[in-house]
Write a protein that binds this ligand. Structure first.
Ligand SMILES: Cc1cc2nc3c(=O)[nH]c(=O)nc-3n(C[C@H](O)[C@H](O)[C@H](O)COP(=O)(O)OP(=O)(O)OC[C@H]3O[C@@H](n4cnc5c(N)ncnc54)[C@H](O)[C@@H]3O)c2cc1C
Length: 425
């Protein structure tokens, strides 16, 4: 499924370490078998290896091949749909505990970067920009909600104030967060993998689990090997496809795309985003962008249910970028790539058990850079016998996506609806 979406990113050309591991070639036993070497799987692997478990990670392609090595790098706050959906399901008190866990996910990321000396260009500051004047009131409500949740450090910026910080006249104000930001996602992922390996985990690349048994004595079979384990953690997210049938309908892969400009030089890059924040608009089909450490613009957006790269990707991404920054019309786009975001029907992450010894987490709905690390850690806690925090998040209910021949047409219709909603907002 994934092969047709461009994988060659700017991140691959700017990695600061190379990790190459062997494919699994034999039958082995482990305490824990983890499927997928993205943030979720590696986070669980690190925690469990540090606790002395024999951990084996099976990765179909290479470490960070999935969303973790391709994303926008934006460290976001809370959950994709906001608090109200959580409150409706869990009540205010438990929803607040979930928000606190999401805050913990950012601290976890920061601690890991510091403890394992992961060089991944961490930057703080996030601008949420509104495309329409009347949407400023939504930002005021958002700021108030954060205040109620005890989450500080936020500032409302008028159009004029925003234009002192952002070289664009496309917006009508912004909410600036001090405690959200951005990283180089692949370098963070590789750093996490390195830490997990140093803690004793074994990662097998080019080792797709083709048959995964999720019973109480779980095992996974690859082309040339097999892992029997006491516990299994499934962290294949949007790239898992139909391998684990009960998980297939719980998420939907949505493609999102990013382009990188040529290096613009420090001054020109600063004239676009003066204080190096992560930036996103507040549309459902969001534009998200930021500066890179070598002064490029990395501009992401679009959304598609197709598994094929759009024919006019560079052109359409240039159009999106120059609608915000017309002054970038003359720059060369050196990279364009895409990846699959796993969304759930209510845009809240989905986690649970397939048997008493098999755990899964996925569906961060475009907001997994920080959250996925936490879900990995909570699955590790559950393996170790303390599942209270995992079980709180597992209480969130999700409607499955439709299966069969209706799946794609219904989702395409949903996407058209959201495009229209953004246009008419
Ligand atoms: C283009 C794009 C932009 C994004 N931007 C942001 C952003 O700015 N901020 C944010 O918070 N989130 C963002 N996200 C989402 C974020 O990247 C993900 O939520 C997060 O990386 C999920 O991590 P993961 O480990 O669960 O999954 P993944 O990183 O997708 O890892 C899953 C891994 O499992 C492997 N796998 C799958 N099936 C098997 C199998 N059968 N056997 C072995 N291995 C298997 C895959 O090869 C893959 O490497 C973005 C995602 C994309 C695609």
């Amino acid at each position: 499924m994934a092969a047709s979406i461009s994988a060659h990113s700017y991140y691959i050309d700017s990695v600061n370490r190379i990790i190459k591991t062997q494919a699994l070639q034999e039958s082995i036993k482990a305490d824990v078998c983890i499927i997928g070497a993205g943030y979720t799987g590696l986070s669980a692997a690190l925690e469990l290896a540090q606790a002395g478990y024999k951990v084996v990670v099976l990765e179909a392609e290479t470490i960070g091949y999935g969303a973790s090595g391709r994303n926008g790098g934006q460290i976001c706050t809370g959950f994709s749909p906001g608090q109200s959906r959580l409150e409706a399901q869990l009540g205010k008190a438990d929803a607040k505990r979930c928000f606190d866990l999401a805050e913990e996910s950012k601290r976890l990321l920061v601690d890991r970067i510091a403890n394992h000396k992961i060089d991944c260009d961490l930057q703080w500051g996030y601008l949420h920009c509104v495309p329409k004047p009347h949407q400023f009131k939504d930002l005021e409500a958002w700021a108030e909600e954060y205040e109620t949740l005890g989450y500080g450090g936020n500032t409302l910026l008028t159009k004029h104030e925003l234009e002192q910080k952002l070289g664009s006249t496309a917006y009508h104000g912004a909410l600036r967060e001090s405690h959200a930001g951005h990283i180089h996602p692949l370098n963070y992922c590789l750093g996490l993998a390195d830490a997990a390996i140093k803690a004793g985990a074994t990662i097998y690349e080019s080792s797709a689990a083709m048959d995964i048994n999720t019973g109480t004595s779980p095992f996974a079979i690859t082309a040339k090997g097999r892992v029997d384990a006491k516990f299994m953690i499934i962290a294949g997210n949007a790239y898992l496809g139909k391998t684990v049938k009960p998980l297939y309908g719980r998420i939907m892969p949505v493609a999102s795309y990013i382009v990188a400009t040529e290096p613009l030089g420090e001054n020109r890059a600063k004239s676009l985003i003066k204080d190096n924040e992560a930036v996103a608009n507040t549309n459902f089909i969001v534009d998200y962008y930021r500066r890179s450490a070598d002064h490029r613009m990395l501009f992401g957006g679009r959304a598609s249910y197709s598994t094929m790269d759009p024919a006019n990707l560079l052109q359409s991404m240039r159009k999106r970028m120059t609608s915000v920054f017309p002054q970038l019309d003359d720059v060369e786009l050196t990279h364009a790539w895409g990846g699959f975001i796993a969304i759930t029907s209510n845009r809240l992450p989905d986690c649970g058990r397939l048997s008493p010894t098999v755990f899964y987490a996925h569906g961060y709905s475009g907001q997994g850079v920080a959250l996925s690390g936490l879900y990995g850690k909570l699955m590790a806690e559950a393996v170790r016998g303390t599942a209270e925090r995992f079980d709180l998040l597992a209480k969130v209910k999700h409607l499955p996506f439709p299966g069969g021949t209706l799946r794609t047409p219904i989702l395409v219709a949903a996407m058209m609806y959201y495009r229209l909603k953004d246009a008419l907002a």
